[in-house]
Design a protein around this ligand. Structure first.
Ligand code: SIN
Length: 540
């Protein structure tokens, strides 16, 4: 207990900074903050359970001699399909190299030869610039190095198995969070001068996803309920190559595999990307490849297409470059030494949209910051360039920490009010609803969308929401289910509003991009808890 917690109730903690989420964005922010004050990290599961942990391909960064931040910027803007805020992209690509060198300086080890970093190629990159660790275990290495750095700081307290249900607001300013301890079911209040939301995306709102179970859209729901603005939620990235094998979530087959030469084939053996993207073939942007894969699966009435790894080399070459993937394939008895072909399917992978923030993490609410996948500072536009997400966490995590350090701590009067303010009864929904929700999102708010399907999805979501209960002591899982429904409703609303196709949002009834829609869609809550929309220009 810190001295300023004396006099507060047992379940009220006080700190200078609170960080929600423990992927790279949260850990990197916390690491910086801990040099300036005490930090509480709140995470839904264990410290290392995050999307970061499972990232395979690597970190896109202009560190190699033939590359430059300018080329990286060009590729990021092209992938973002006209919706990237250019200043954010310039910061990402220009500040990325130093951020990665900083990560290396604290002990992250990337693959190298003769002292030179090795870099792979991924879709829509003009250069080989994706650095990696232990072949395909980049995220695990990044998470290890960052969590060790954070845990070594005496200024950091970690609350695992704890999930945030609400922001605490005093006169419109965020002064901390309400949370629930998953194990004891008890509520906790963490008061802080600045609050960072870095709790990741929403892959688990979909029937098929590459994300671990912790990505349930809670960051957007918590922010929305507090009145924060959300941006570009309609843009959901579907990764074209998740392993098509039973189980939830799906194991990712990194895009780096296609970067090394692997080719997609339909069930007749045809290398079909030639028909969809003759110039970029299997390394076309993810949204194009996912739609092509889906179309082949539909016309072949199959639940997968094949990914042919034979162009990479013999089995030992594949094993050397992708040891984690090969181990998983062998474990599942899905590796065939004759064909080198594995079954793959598209899967929900990443949310480009999130809590609207500036490049220093500041959201529309004073005292409340966001970064990483939970945030939308405009850097990814309508479609994130492959392997830009870990870099996003590093660059904007560092920038957000600087913003939070400069913000004032709570006054004694704010602490007293925040400790005694009444909490709300939270909406709760039956956990059994989750499968229905995931089917609905996959079928109606998925890779291909249209007005009719979106309307049917929205109607069903409204019906689910109307069934919410407000018991005084709901179970944590029931609260989370209600949060998932709310997040799904926000994504579906944004998808209904955007009457065009761009990046990760494809409307079969509006198959082209339109200049009129070259703008951000911003959602916020009305006084009676409904969803209202405004628009903001793309920053040049
Ligand atoms: C992958 O390795 O294909 C995923 C990397 C990313 O999501 O950028």
């Amino acid at each position: 207990m810190r001295s300023s917690e004396a006099g507060l109730a047992r379940n009220v903690l006080r700190c200078r900074f609170v960080v929600v989420g423990s992927g790279i964005a949260g850990l990197w922010t916390a690491r910086r903050l801990s040099e300036y004050g005490d930090v509480t990290i709140i995470t839904k599961s264990q410290l290392c359970e995050s999307n970061t942990e499972y990232a395979q391909g690597g970190i896109a960064v202009a560190l190699l001699p033939a590359d430059s931040p300018e080329l990286h910027k060009q590729d990021t803007l092209a992938a973002g399909a006209g919706l990237c805020d250019v200043p954010a992209v310039e910061m990402l690509t220009r500040e990325g190299p130093d951020a990665v060198l900083d990560l290396i300086s604290i002990g992250a080890r990337f693959d190298s030869r003769d002292g030179n970093l090795l870099a792979g190629r991924e879709a829509a990159h003009q250069r080989s610039r994706v650095i990696h660790a232990r072949g395909d275990a980049t995220g695990a290495e990044v998470e290890r190095a960052a969590s060790e750095a954070v845990l070594n700081s005496p200024n950091v307290r970690v609350l695992e198995n704890t999930f945030v249900t609400d922001l605490i607001l005093i006169h419109g300013k965020c002064v901390g969070v309400e949370a629930i301890d998953f194990v004891s079911g008890e509520s906790i209040r963490v008061l802080a001068g600045s609050t960072m939301m870095a709790a990741g995306g929403a892959g688990n709102l979909y029937r098929v996803t590459t994300n671990p179970p912790v990505t349930i859209g809670d960051a957007m729901t918590v922010a929305w309920r507090a009145g924060a603005a959300l941006q570009d939620l309609e843009f959901v990235q579907f990764h074209p190559t998740a392993l098509a094998a039973p189980g939830y979530p799906k194991f990712l087959i990194s895009e780096a595999v296609r970067g090394e030469g692997a080719i997609l084939r339909n069930t007749s053996g045809e290398a079909f990307m030639q028909r969809y993207s003759p110039a970029q073939l299997d390394l076309a942007p993810r949204d194009e490849v996912s739609r092509a894969v889906l179309s082949e699966m539909q016309s072949d009435n199959s639940d997968h297409v094949w990914l042919d790894l034979s162009p990479i080399g013999d089995a030992s070459a594949v094993e050397a470059r992708f040891p984690g993937i090969m181990a998983e394939l062998r474990k599942r008895e899905l590796w065939n030494d004759e064909t080198f072909c594995i079954p793959v399917t598209p899967a929900a992978h990443y949310c480009m949209g999130g809590i609207r923030s500036d490049v220093n993490g500041q959201t529309s609410l004073p005292g409340f910051y966001a970064c990483g996948e939970a945030a939308s500072c405009g850097v990814h536009g309508a479609n994130r360039l492959a392997s830009n997400s870990l870099l996003d966490g590093l660059v904007f995590g560092g920038r957000s920490a600087r913003g939070m350090i400069g913000a004032p701590d709570l006054t004694d009067a704010e602490v007293t009010s925040a400790a005694t303010i009444a909490g709300r009864d939270l909406p709760a929904a039956d956990p059994d609803l989750r499968d229905q929700l995931r089917d609905l999102m996959w079928d109606h708010v998925g890779i291909l969308r249209d007005a009719e399907g979106l309307a049917a999805g929205a109607e069903e979501l409204a019906r689910m929401r109307a069934g919410f209960e407000h018991p005084s002591h709901a179970k944590p899982e029931e609260i989370q289910t209600a949060m998932m429904v709310q997040a799904a409703q926000l994504i579906a609303t944004a998808a209904q509003l955007r009457c065009e196709s761009r990046g990760g949002h494809f409307r079969t009834d509006y198959p082209e991009a339109s200049d009129e829609w070259r703008k951000h869609i911003i959602l916020h809550s009305t006084h009676d808890g409904e969803i209202a929309a405004t628009y903001a220009p793309v920053l040049e």
